[in-house]
Structure formats: structure tokens, C-alpha cells
Design a binder for this molecule. Structure first.
Ligand SMILES: C[S@@+](CC[C@H](N)C(=O)[O-])C[C@H]1O[C@@H](n2cnc3c(N)ncnc32)[C@H](O)[C@@H]1O
Length: 240
């Protein structure tokens, strides 16, 4: 069953996700770092390091949001980084951040849907996605589009929440994710649903080996899953 942010609305998942991120965009960065105690920053760094070996010159950051993963990818010294997202609110916050940090000439943020990417085949050396794939309306279509725009030999790096499996992290995490995080998230973001949708969408996401098998089916080679911090997040990689 599809997990929706706003269960009482009739619009589809894509529209609801875009609306939700528009709503929480002013507080997104703060809540991200606060609720994860800053671990999300370390996770992004670790994920980007996995691209070092291919020294990508062109990088596409899908579901870029406010651009943090795209910014982290600059450590690889690429020639071109493009970030796409369906939430104008998130992109707006991202553009202001880039301007403030004088990075707006190195990263371009544009409106774009992961399931219908506005790019030619084989265009990018690397595709990166952080905490985006869980929100796609049609996951398989989004992954197929990544494969299409990646050049042969190029690498995909996907960072996403996963479900810790071992005692006592599983229990601690479930308590935090279900009880503490939604209350803080709701109070600060003023969106009643966004931080309830977060644990629900993680729960229903096909993580670990199931996700790896989806990449395999699409044709990605040398696919891998690397769990981070007791399995709270995972990095998935594959080569075209
Ligand atoms: C949790 S945020 C992650 C933002 C950023 N990548 C980060 O690491 O902080 C998820 C983002 O995915 C975007 N998104 C969801 N579905 C999308 C789609 N079909 N195409 C493009 N972006 C999408 C949302 O608008 C949102 O900005």
C-alpha cells in the first residue's frame, strides 16, 4: 500500500510529497541536523567518498531538496553539478544557500521529476540521491530513469533510511522514530503530517537486499548495500 503524507487528501503521492516539502522547506535543514544529531552530515560525506575512484566530472543530484548532497559532491571537484527536485520551496531554500556560500556558479538547481528526467541518455558520470527514493511515487520508474541518464561505466550512489534489525538499536530507534521525532518535527515544522509520514515511509520502503535486487533487475552491475550506524541508513551503489 502506498504511504501518503496527507491521508485525508485525494491528490496522488507525488503532489502530496511536493506539497509537504514546500511546507517544511524553511525548517528542513535545521530539523534534519537536529533530529539526526548531525549524523546525516557524516552519512552524506561517506556516500560521496564512494565516488572518488571514478572522479566524476558531471554529477546529477536527484531529489536534491535544499542541495546538501550536491554541495558535498563538490569535494570531488566536478566540472558540473545539477540538482533536480519537484518541490520549488526546497529548491528556493537551496538556491539562497548556494548564493550565500558563493556556490551558485558551481551547482545549478532546477525543477525536475525523477520519474521523467529532463536529460538525454548517458549524460552523467555519477547519479546521487540522498533520502529521496523513499518518496518517489513510482520507485522502479525513478530508478530506470537514473540508469538511462547515467553513462556506461558511471556510478549511482543512493543514501536512504533503512530499518535497524538488531537488539537494542531496533527497539531504541523505533521508540525514537515513532514517539519523539514526530512530536519535535510537528512542533517545529508546523506540519502535522510530515514527521509521521517519515517513519511510516521508512517502514514501507523495500530496504537492504530487496532494494539491491531492484538495481540488479534494471541492469546495474557490482551493486552493493552498506549499512551505516547500526542500519539506520544504508548506502546503495551500482555501476552502469
Ligand atoms: C528528504 S528530502 C532530501 C533532500 C536532500 N537530498 C537531502 O539530502 O537533504 C526528499 C526530497 O525528495 C524530493 N522528491 C520526492 N519525489 C521526487 C520526485 N519524483 N522527483 C524529484 N524530487 C522528488 C522532495 O521534494 C524532497 O525535496
Amino acid at each position: 500500500m502506498t504511504v501518503l503524507p496527507y491521508k485525508d487528501k485525494e491528490s496522488g503521492k507525488k503532489q502530496q510529497v511536493a506539497d509537504m516539502f514546500d511546507n517544511i522547506s524553511p525548517k528542513y535543514d535545521f530539523l534534519n541536523h537536529f533530529l539526526s544529531l548531525g549524523i546525516d552530515i557524516r552519512w552524506r560525506k561517506k556516500a560521496i567518498k564512494l565516488l572518488k575512484e571514478i572522479q566524476p566530472k558531471s554529477i546529477l543530484d536527484i531529489a536534491t531538496g535544499t542541495g546538501d548532497f550536491a554541495i558535498e559532491s563538490l569535494s570531488l571537484n566536478p566540472e558540473k553539478v545539477i540538482g533536480v527536485d519537484i518541490s520549488e520551496g526546497m529548491l528556493d531554500v537551496g538556491r539562497k544557500k548556494l548564493k550565500k556560500r558563493k556556490l551558485d556558479d558551481r551547482i545549478s538547481l532546477q525543477s525536475g521529476d525523477s520519474e521523467n528526467l529532463p536529460f538525454a541518455d548517458n549524460m552523467f558520470d555519477a547519479i546521487i540521491v540522498a533520502f529521496g527514493v523513499r518518496n518517489f511515487e513510482n520507485l522502479e520508474k525513478g530508478l530506470a530513469e537514473m540508469y538511462r541518464v547515467l553513462r556506461p561505466g558511471g556510478k549511482v550512489v543512493i543514501l536512504e533510511f533503512s530499518k535497524p534489525k538488531s537488539f537494542p538499536f531496533k527497539q531504541l530507534y523505533n521508540f525514537y522514530f515513532k514517539n519523539i521525532l514526530p512530536t519535535i518535527g510537528k512542533t517545529i515544522s508546523k506540519d502535522n503530517s510530515a514527521y509521521t509520514y517519515l517513519p511510516e515511509s521508512v517502514k514501507s520502503f523495500p530496504d537492504g537486499e530487496i532494494f539491491v535486487s531492484k538495481l540488479d533487475t534494471l541492469g546495474f552491475k557490482k551493486t552493493e548495500c552498506r549499512p551505516l550506524t547500526f542500519g539506520i541508513s544504508s548506502i546503495y551503489t551500482g555501476i552502469k
